[in-house]
Design a protein around this ligand. Structure first.
Ligand code: ADP
Ligand code: ASP
Ligand code: MG
Length: 406
């Protein structure tokens, strides 16, 4: 049972979550618990780092931000003991949950669930601090924002759990973010593949890597609300399942958005072999991820415009690098904007339906929303638009693809 930040947002909520765990134990289940930091705690810790220096060392960032989960793990163990249960908190290093050395966004290399499993089978509840691990240098690492979901699925796999329940502040996975699209519908099931796509395109209800892990190890994952009365065994949330089960699919399964992007355009780049490499290689060397890319046709003019997106946090650095490479790239002008959102339609149905993209463009046009970049893959169609129109676009598209519920 994994509880997210809002679910453990204060002491009463921690007690509420503990009561849910106790009820599962009462039903005869053996339980391991994974907790996030209390809502807002991680943001607060990051701000503390920033207030010392905006260019903080990532090793120390991890030392600081991992503490949020340490607190909740201890408090949760205390709350469970109040129910007369035996419970013990575990930090990542105590399992251990081993990661690579990529501070701030570390990947799990291995996780030893043997000791924890033994004690769980003896009736003790293991409460693991999510989000954190330890690397080969014996230093604490964190798994990237939202990473407690990945800790939970990894622990579930390591202790050979029957299921991993992700308790959060919404009732499951919806056809779009229910906080923006009030007509979004809760899905009773969603395939791992489509969930992976939705998560990586911005639906933050599950950390992308948790879905990846669940899919690879076939761990049944359920997303459900902490605040509803139902318990995990009643399976009232959304279950992640294999493949496409339904015979006839909708065109679109769900819609995601990502406002964490920024757009860069290099105008009048001389069009010759090697120019794309000259633009993107220095960015890659600096560890900057590039997402959408478009290049205009150069037949008439001999020069081309290259537009692409990077994470908002990387915008300043990316622009500096491109300015310093101007001699090699030879563009006439660099423009950038942080006020953009990527909107993505996701669904297996796209493989067999035609006109998915056309409906998207017509819908956005009818609302007067300009499309800046378009990108398609097998099961997603994405556009980049002005950030100001995010909510309007999401709602209009949700209606256009027949996803609206009551
Ligand atoms: P937790 O703290 O429990 O990990 P998160 O804030 O990380 O919770 O994720 C839950 C949030 O994800 C919801 O409150 C909701 O606003 C957002 N969300 C975005 N897309 C979706 C979606 N398709 N279905 C459900 N929730 C979504
Ligand atoms: N507390 C971490 C974060 O806010 C991890 C998580 O909640 O999943 O990103
Ligand atoms: Mg989360």
């Amino acid at each position: 049972m994994k509880f997210g930040g809002t679910s453990v947002g204060d002491v009463d909520r921690i007690k509420n979550a503990a009561a849910k765990v106790a009820a599962e134990v009462q039903r005869g289940h053996k339980v391991a618990v994974v907790v996030s930091a209390m809502a807002g705690a991680t943001d607060g810790l990051i701000n503390l780092c920033r207030s010392v220096t905006p260019h903080y060392d990532l090793r120390e960032y991890d030392a600081v931000v991992s503490t949020g989960e340490q607190i909740t793990a201890g408090l949760m163990a205390l709350a469970l003991r109040q129910h007369g249960l035996t419970a013990r908190s575990w930090q990542g290093w105590q399992l251990p949950l081993k990661t690579d050395g990529n501070y701030g966004n570390a990947r799990i290399m291995s996780i030893d669930g043997d000791k924890a499993r033994e004690r769980i089978l003896d009736g003790e509840i293991a409460v693991l601090a999510g989000f954190q691990g330890i690397n080969d240098d014996n230093r604490i690492t964190t798994l990237g924002r939202g990473g407690s979901d990945t800790s939970a699925v990894a622990l579930a796999i390591a202790i050979k759990a029957d299921r991993c329940d992700i308790y959060t502040d919404v009732a499951g996975v919806y056809t779009a973010d229910p906080r923006i699209v009030t007509k979004a519908r809760k899905m009773s099931r969603v395939s791992y593949e489509e969930m992976l796509e939705l998560a990586s395109l911005g639906a933050k209800v599950l950390h992308t890597r948790s879905v990846e892990l669940g899919m690879r190890y076939r761990m049944p994952i359920q997303v459900l609300s902490t605040f509803a009365n139902a318990l995990g065994s009643d399976t009232p949330g959304t279950i992640l399942t294999d493949g496409d089960e339904t015979m006839e699919q909708n065109m679109v399964t769900g819609i995601a958005y990502n406002s964490n992007q920024a757009k860069i355009t290099l105008a009048k780049v001389v069009d010759k072999p090697g120019i794309a490499a000259a633009v993107f290689a220095p960015l890659a060397r600096a560890g900057i991820n590039v997402d959408m890319i478009v290049q205009t046709d150069s037949t008439e003019t001999g020069s081309t415009d290259i537009t692409f997106t990077v994470g908002k946090n990387d915008l300043e650095r990316a622009c500096k690098i491109l300015e310093s490479e101007r001699g090699t790239i030879q563009y006439s002008n660099l423009q950038s904007s942080a006020d953009v959102t990527k909107i993505s339609l996701v669904g297996f149905g796209m493989r067999s339906h035609s006109g998915v993209a056309a409906t998207m463009f017509e819908t956005l046009a009818s609302k007067g929303i300009n499309i800046q970049v378009i990108e398609t893959s097998e099961i997603n169609t994405s556009v980049l638009i002005d950030e100001e129109y995010t909510e309007l676009a999401l709602r209009a598209l949700h209606t256009a693809y027949g996803l609206d519920g009551q």
